[in-house]
Each structure stands twice: as structure tokens, then as C-alpha cells.
Design a protein around this ligand. Sequence first.
Ligand code: LLP
Length: 419
Amino acid sequence: MDHFQLKNGVLHAEDIPLSQIAEEVGTPVYVYSRATLERHARVFREGLKDAGKVHLAFAVKANPNLAVLRILANQGYGADVVSGGELQRALAAGMKAEDIVFSGVGKSREELTLGLDQGIGQFNLESEEEGVMLAEIAASRGEKASATLRVNPDVDAGTHAKISTGKKENKFGVAIDVAPAIFARLSQLDGLDLRGVAVHIGSQLQSLDPLETCYARMGELVAQLRGAGHTVTHVDLGGGLGVPYKPEDNPPSPAEYGAMVARVTRDWDVTLMFEPGRVIAGNSGVMITRVIRIKPGLGSDFVIVDAAMNDLMRPAIYDAWHDFEAVEPSGETMTASIVGPICESSDIFAKERVVDRLETDDLGIFRTAGAYGATMANTYNSRPLVPEVLVDGDRYAVVAERIEPATIMAAEHVPDWLK
Ligand code: LLP
């Protein structure tokens, strides 16, 4: 459930007409709903009510906007970060260092050091080599870094290949069959407090089955590690729960997910950690765009909008579907391809789709754009970087400004020797 609904014939974010934001801030623009973010954060937590001791770390990569992170910090969420930049954002937004988990296959020496400097709660190690490096840095400072070993369970998540992470050919984690030996070696190192294991098999999962298979394997691994004399107090079960992008999508609910987790992990006696991203932020945001013009096409018309693949990359790179609706629907429909102005054929949001009828200058929205939307935007074709707005009841704020080409050019330099 989200708070982007029609009221008096106009789509609103909570109590604000989206047409008002489009007028005042311009388009394209992302709009987030505070009430929706808070609701999703609460529902995910409540889903895990029978799962014992739980630590929730929002996957910052899904939506790193500082205002969004602050809302989640206020909901008691920590952060799952994958770069020094995300770590700085989580701290700047008010997340507690001890609630921050540092994931990622390529943490540099500088990033590991930053994590130690800031006293973050846990490093999820993705290789023995990374563990050795972290242990060296921590030991040289007379410290012990809390860490888990990320395992690759070789499970097919059944999602898009580009967002699958838990098959043995993927770069993530260490293969589950060699995990006990690597765990044993790393646990000997002075600079590490290796306290558990972590896993994440992919994103936008549509079924609980691969997750259950994966978690069952993790349970066996925990038993095996304990059998070998290791102490295991933390298991990080990652993120990945899918959201509906189309009305007919029916991903498992947080309650169903939580019930499965509670059942599978009943005897583990650990703190369970989670890294949800999309399920919290996805349906908490939309992107508003304005029709530039309509151009006749061969099969159907092209609706050329002022948003492009640089603003919302998901359709171009994953063939992702985002529902498209008019901000002020007339009730009539049309079959059209929704495209942006960029000079690439992949700059297409919807191909020959039945959508609300739109004319030049009308406004439309792409739904489910709160996760992996603005954060993946760029300035290709020297377009501005898309701004972000947060709505809270009958007020709103610009929480990320539009960055114009002039600002970006100001950071570029033509060397004297070219003048
Ligand atoms: N934890 C780890 C270690 C991850 O790699 C990810 C996502 C998450 C948590 C959060 O997953 P979520 O709950 O959001 O599914 N750009 C792609 C998604 C990439 C996801 C990468 N990792 C997209 O737009 O679909």
C-alpha cells in the first residue's frame, strides 16, 4: 500500500497534488512519501516479530537520500553500506555507527580504515583476502573488527540475471563448501572478531523458495561451524524481497517472509540481521515527467517525455517495467511507446503499452521509482541531475536539488596548455 492516490481527479502524494510539485519544482522530479516509507519500515519489522533478536539495516544503495535515511534512522533502522560514500551518508543522516554493516566485494584499504575509524558495527567479508587485510589494519591499531563471512550458497534466486548474486559463478562471498575452512583460518587472526556468517542471493525475489533453500543451507553451516568449536552469534540474511511493479505481480509479503524466517531459523540462537532495500523504498517513490510532444510512429505513437534513461535507468538496463499513469487521467487510454529525449534506442520506458491518454504538456508518473531510481541517475547527454522531493502530509521539501550542467561544468577544467 502506498500514498500516491487519485483525489478529485488528480494524483496526489499524500495531501499534495503532484501537479503542484511539477509546477513549483519542475520536471522530471522524484517524489517520496514519508508515510509510505514509515509504513513499509514498520510492516517489515512487524513481519519479523517471531524471529527473535533482529537487527535491521536499510540497504542504502536503494535510496541514499539523506532525508530518506533520516526517516529510516528514526524508525530504528541501521544501514547496510557498500562504499565509503554510503557510510558517510548513513552517519550524516543520524544512523548510529554500531548499527552500520559494511558489505561489498571490493572494500578498499581506505574504506576498511574509514569503517574502523567510525567504529561501525560489522564488516561483511567477501573473501579470505579481505579478512586478512581488515585483520592487519585492525591489529595495527590494537583493535578487533567485528565481522561475518559472506557465503555464496549457490542458489538460483530466480530473478533477473543482472541482479542475481548467490550463484557460484557470481563474484559475491565465498563458496559454501570452502566457507568452514576459511572461517577457521580467519577466526585465528588477532584483528578480527569473526562472529557469524552473511548471505544475499539477489534482488526483486518473487518467491520464498530460493530464500528458504538458502537459509536452510546457512543453518547447516552454522551447525557445522559450531561443531568445529566456533562461536556464531550473528547471521545476516541479506535483503532481496521483491515488490509489485505491475498490478498482477504478487511477491511474498513481509509477513509471509517473516513467518518463513522464524520457522527456518527457530533453533539458531543468533541475532538475525536483515538488509532490505527495495521492499522499503520501492513503492514509496514515483517520478513525475511532462510530455514534450507526441510523434507518430509505425505501430503506435511515441510519447516523448522529459524524463530519460539517465533519470531512471531500470527499463534500459534490466528491461524493467514501471507503471505509467497520467497525473490527471481523462479516463481514455491510448497505445503508445513512452520514450525519453536521449539519443539511444534503449531510452524507452514502455513499448507499445496501453496507457492513460496524454497530450503535449500533460504530466505522467512512473511508479515504484523509490528504490534504485534517483540513486542510479546520471547526467548523460549533459542533462541535469534529477531532483528529489519528500512529501509529509500537506507539506513538501526539495530534499535533493536539480544539479544543472553549469554546476557540473564548473568542476571541469580545460588545461592552460590547450588554450
Ligand atoms: N544486501 C546486499 C548485499 C545487496 O547486494 C543488496 C542489493 C541488498 C542488500 C538490497 O537488496 P533489495 O532488498 O533492495 O533487493 N539496481 C538493481 C538492484 C541491485 C541490487 C543490488 N544489491 C535494480 O534496480 O533492480
